[in-house]
Design a protein around this ligand. Structure first.
Ligand code: IVH
Length: 697
């Protein structure tokens, strides 16, 4: 899309705008330059996945444009990057006819199916060997986009294949979909493009974690999350879902001049054209091969990489590469004859719901957990599965003894898709929700605005235990050698009674406990000691304040110097922070107004746990204000740990290579970032070893 030369020019212009602050004034003559810069960085970030500037720098440029357009509304253009922002709530999604019906694909499941299909294609075409293109079968929600006169005109869901819903305002929220593209340069007046809207695995996981945090059952798979997101009537919520769009098929083109010779002869060159125009087509994932045997080898290879992809795929799509041959082969009423889907092994399996246990979490929420007949789903054996809450049980119509269908998508915890009610024989039993806490026996309560039943006794042993487990866990204080099982055992024996007791541990008593030798004890001692110096955001997260996940904990930590500063902040001040809404603010306030919590924090401070944050650390750090970026694979440390080390010494992590960068730390297979950094003399390029030395200085 952007040539090397364009990239260099745009990056130089970016730096000019960033450095200009107040000297470079926006006016109607240079506004398009700034828009192009923003489009370029959106493309780098959302399509190429290789951003050149930090989010902060992007936001600064975006805000400059937004402010200018607010003051000069007559300069606003339809394809300005600011126009993605929603125009308010959507009333309804108008029904719209597709230019060409959206057909489905024929499915294949093994080599024999593919050989059969290849035989038919050869017979119909009269050729002895066919050139095929192979690309991922994206597992999301399918859409069609229409561009006219270079502008995105509409985005429509599949619907019944003939007529779908016009969801254009929501499509505008997907930053990898260009609002305009230079089709006219290719003699194209109107074009209809098909693709798939996805939510990547990481964002899906985060989204589900958020739902769980709010007591809402998570979604079973990213496909449902993507499809559901597209139907939300508030585009600003859709934007927050971070959807992505892959475009893989051109279904209709109307030309500006009819008699111009078209050079596009293959599917792969059409995908390349889309890529060159700024679309995220499967250009990098695409393979073109001759003959079905090569296809079989390729799909088998690809299946092995399935788990390492950032998004979910459920197979591969094999397409006849020649567009002339595609036309000759034509379609049935259901699917094109020139394409076939090769489906990977299902990540669904059926099992039986044997019993339900009720577990009490750290906030007192009582979660029913189904014990199921162990079954392997996508290579992992599943024997228990959360069934979330009473409403969920009703909604899924679950009964003891039911046959159930379960699904495990990517890294996500398995979910029940449905109960197979047709196979019931009458012996199935209702799942009865308890009325009292299964651990402390106090009555459970439920507020009107929540679906979960809670044990409100904050001294309930189950809650205390879960709070200790959360505190020590990997993403919180990361106390290695103090895992869930150990904590449970120590809690039962009275060696751990609450969070502070971790730092008053009676190591002598430990020797009496079976299986713990000198070495394990000294490791545990060391791990506990080390955790006292965890950065502030980990401590905040570790406290288990409701609605305060890792990201919110980081935001809070950035604005305080001492954990007790949170006690002084009122709701209004808290809500001024990024992504802190009323719910989080209220919850933080409630936590810091509770005497028991404050006593616990004081106790932790007395026991030597660092309660002072980054602001202070920064001014003492070796790397104060120095900027860093990592590229390639580090061999001896995890990238996230390395970044944390930099930040803990006052350094700043940047999102991309620019003149603002002081150090680029290079691991194995460092790529384009290293090339770029070499062109900027002020950037110091460090090997992993050199980086470690710098840290120790
Ligand atoms: S081609 C006329 N290519 O899978 C043929 N479809 O199960 C248009 N899908 O309806 C479809 N990835 O929504 C094509 N690389 C890909 C795809 C893909 C996912 C979806 C598409 C289709 C469904 C069929």
């Amino acid at each position: 899309m952007y040539s090397k030369q364009q990239t260099i020019i745009l990056q130089a212009q970016t730096n000019e705008w960033l450095e200009a602050d107040n000297s470079k004034k926006l006016d109607k003559n240079n506004i398009e330059e700034l828009r192009n810069i923003l489009r370029f960085h959106e493309h780098r970030y959302y399509v190429e996945n290789d951003s050149l500037i930090s989010d902060y720098e992007y936001d600064k440029l975006y805000k400059a444009l937004e402010n200018f357009e607010k003051q000069h509304t007559d300069f606003i253009t339809k394809n300005s990057p600011t126009q993605r922002v929603g125009v308010g709530l959507i009333k309804d999604f108008p029904k719209t006819q597709h230019l060409v019906p959206m057909l489905s694909l024929e499915n294949s499941y093994d080599e024999l199916d593919l050989l059969d299909w290849d035989r038919k294609v050869k017979e119909l075409s009269g050729l002895s060997e066919i050139e095929y293109s192979i690309e991922p079968k994206f597992d999301g929600a399918s859409i069609s986009l229409v561009y006219e006169n270079d502008l995105l005109l509409r985005g429509v869901t599949r619907g019944d294949g003939e007529i779908g819903d016009d969801i254009t305002p929501n499509i505008f929220q997907i930053k990898s979909i260009p609002l305009s593209a230079e089709f006219s340069k290719h003699n194209i007046h109107q074009i209809e493009i098909r693709g798939e809207i996805l939510i990547n695995k990481e964002n899906f996981k985060k989204y589900n974690e958020g739902l769980i945090e709010e007591g809402v059952p998570p979604l079973a798979n990213p496909r449902n999350a993507a499809a559901g997101s597209l139907r939300i009537k508030d585009p600003s919520i859709v934007r927050k879902r971070n959807l992505e769009g892959f475009l893989y098929h051109v279904s209709f083109i109307s030309k500006i001049k009819e008699n111009i010779q078209e050079e596009t002869k293959t599917h792969s060159s059409l995908l390349k054209l889309l890529w060159d125009l700024g679309f995220r087509s499967p250009q990098k994932e695409l393979k073109v091969v001759s003959g079905i045997q090569a296809v079989i080898n390729e799909v088998n290879n690809f299946e092995k990489q399935r788990d390492s992809l950032p998004y979910e795929i459920d197979g591969m799509v094999i397409k006849v590469n020649s567009l002339d041959l595609q036309e000759k082969l034509g379609m049935t009423s259901h699917h094109p004859r020139w394409a076939i889907a090769f489906k990977f092994k299902a990540r669904q399996a059926s099992s039986k719901l044997m019993s339900v246990e009720f577990q009490v979490g750290r906030t007192g929420a009582v979660t029913p957990v189904a014990k199921i007949q162990p079954v392997s789903v996508g290579g992992v054996t599943v024997s228990s599965i959360s069934i979330h809450n009473e409403e969920y049980i009703k909604e899924k119509n679950l009964k003891l003894g039911d046959s159930i269908l379960i699904e495990r998508s990517g890294d996500v915890i398995p979910q029940i898709v449905q109960s197979l009610t047709a196979t019931r024989n009458g012996s199935e039993k209702e799942i009865i929700f308890p009325t009292e806490c299964p651990v402390c026996k106090q009555p459970l309560s439920k507020s009107d605005d929540e679906a979960v039943w809670r044990c409100v006794n904050i001294n309930c042993n189950a809650q205390i235990l879960e709070r200790i487990i959360h505190f020590a866990s990997k993403d919180a204080m990361d106390i290695k050698n103090l895992g869930d099982a150990g904590i449970k055992k120590f809690f039962q024996k009275g060696l751990l009674i609450d969070i502070p007791s971790i730092y008053e541990f009676d190591f002598n008593a430990l020797k009496e406990i079976e299986g713990l030798g000198e070495k394990s004890i000294s490791n545990l001692k060391e791990a506990i000691q080390k955790s006292k110096h965890q950065p502030m955001h980990r401590l905040i997260y570790a406290l288990g304040i409701r609605y305060v996940g890792e990201t919110t904990a980081k935001t809070l930590a950035q604005h305080i110097e001492n954990i007790f500063d949170l006690q002084k902040m009122n709701e209004e001040e808290l809500m001024k922070l990024e992504d802190v809404g009323i719910k989080v603010a209220k919850s933080v306030q409630a936590f810091f107004q509770n005497k028991d919590n404050l006593n616990m924090l004081k106790k932790l401070e007395d026991l030597g746990v660092q309660i002072e944050g980054k602001k202070q650390e920064k001014s003492f750090g070796n790397l104060n204000g120095q900027t860093f970026l990592f590229t390639g694979t580090l061999s001896s440390i995890k990238r996230s740990d390395a970044e944390e080390m930099v930040e803990s010494q006052g350094g700043i992590i940047l999102g991309g290579v620019s003149s603002k960068l002081n150090y680029l730390v290079t691991g194995e297979d460092a790529g384009s970032k290293l090339e770029k950094a070499r062109k900027i003399p002020s950037i110091k390029i460090l090997s992993e070893e050199e980086f470690k030395k710098l840290l120790l200085n």
